[in-house]
Design a binder for this molecule. Structure first.
Ligand code: ERO
Length: 305
């Protein structure tokens, strides 16, 4: 059974990896994933300088998923870049910044480095007070990508927020199809949700309890975003599916919708890196039952009525 995935010239043993932000803040956490059954990892989204992030409590989970307003705590681009430059194999470096000028600064730094993996440009962090999610501003996103591809020579994809209007999928896909983007990762957490506890109180402190929703809550939206972009994007822009993955069946559904790599977030936070072996085995069982020998045989084959 062949579980290999190819994005541009990069080949992965299987489709599984972590979602940015989960179990990927320190080198130790990244090494744990690297030594698990996951085929790759992505770093915590990093910025030019280290960041403390938001006040705690800033993460909460229940049986249906999670809510977070971490506020982009990270150890800074140099920490992750130095580590990545020491590795063989193909990994993802997630980056963002607070304004487009600094996004160019961090990408120019990567451009000059010997990093040879894929950059995941995060255009969708919902938890920076006073900062809108870049990818909800189509004009800014278009201009940013046009400027990036004037100088950026390495392999880059984008992490998108969920969209909820078919016209927005059309607009965003038309923008993305203009650029040599290697992948689109859908979705980031669903921004600005709230969860209330039994004391009539929100469960996280930042932003009056408004935070990014993850886990089972968001799978239907994640699958729809994966399939909407799969239907609209040039076939050389691969889709990475993120959101609501708890089982092999969830991975199967993401791939059915068009995903190549599939990222695991909340469930990894709950189960730690042994989750990759369990979910990989569950995916293999499903493929055996359906007599599939490779992911290509069912990728994008979602049926409609
Ligand atoms: C990079 C910041 C993000 C964060 C965060 O650090 O608060 N949480 C998310 O759910 N998604 C993000 O993209």
């Amino acid at each position: 059974m062949n579980l290999k995935v190819k994005i541009k010239d990069f080949e992965f043993e299987n489709p599984l990896m972590n979602a940015a932000g989960v179990n990927c803040y320190t080198i130790d956490e990244l090494e744990e994933i690297r030594n698990s059954k996951a085929a790759s990892f992505v770093t915590k989204t990093c910025t030019l300088n280290t960041r403390q992030g938001n006040l705690e409590p800033r993460y909460y989970e229940n049986e249906l998923g999670s809510i977070n307003s971490m506020g982009l705590p990270n150890l800074g681009i140099d920490y992750y870049l130095n580590y990545l430059e020491s590795l063989d194999g193909t990994y993802f470096l997630s980056v963002t910044e607070m304004n487009t000028e600094n996004i160019h600064k961090i990408l120019e730094k990567i451009n000059e480095s010997s990093f040879n993996g894929l950059v995941e440009l995060n255009l969708s962090c919902p938890n920076i007070e006073g900062k809108p999610q870049i990818a909800y501003d189509f004009k800014t996103t278009d201009k940013l990508l046009a400027d990036i591809f004037k100088y950026f020579k390495k392999d880059l994809g984008v992490k998108l927020p969920p969209y909820f209007d078919l016209a927005h999928f059309d607009i965003m896909a038309n923008i993305l199809n203009k650029y040599p983007i290697r992948f689109v990762n859908s979705i980031n957490s669903i921004g600005n949700a709230i969860i209330i506890d039994e004391n009539d109180t929100v469960v996280i402190k930042p932003k009056n309890g408004f935070g990014g929703l993850g886990g089972e809550y968001i799978k239907p939206t994640a699958l729809a975003n994966v399939n909407a972009f799969y239907r609209r994007l040039n076939k050389d822009i691969k889709i990475i599916g993120t959101g609501g993955v708890n089982t092999g069946r969830d991975v199967y559904e993401h791939i059915l919708c068009g995903a190549y790599m599939v990222q695991i977030g909340t469930r990894l936070q709950k189960e730690k890196s042994k989750v990759f072996e369990r979910i990989l085995n569950e995916l293999k069982e499903i493929m055996k039952e359906k007599n599939y020998n490779s992911l290509d045989e069912f990728r994008g084959k979602l049926k409609t009525l």
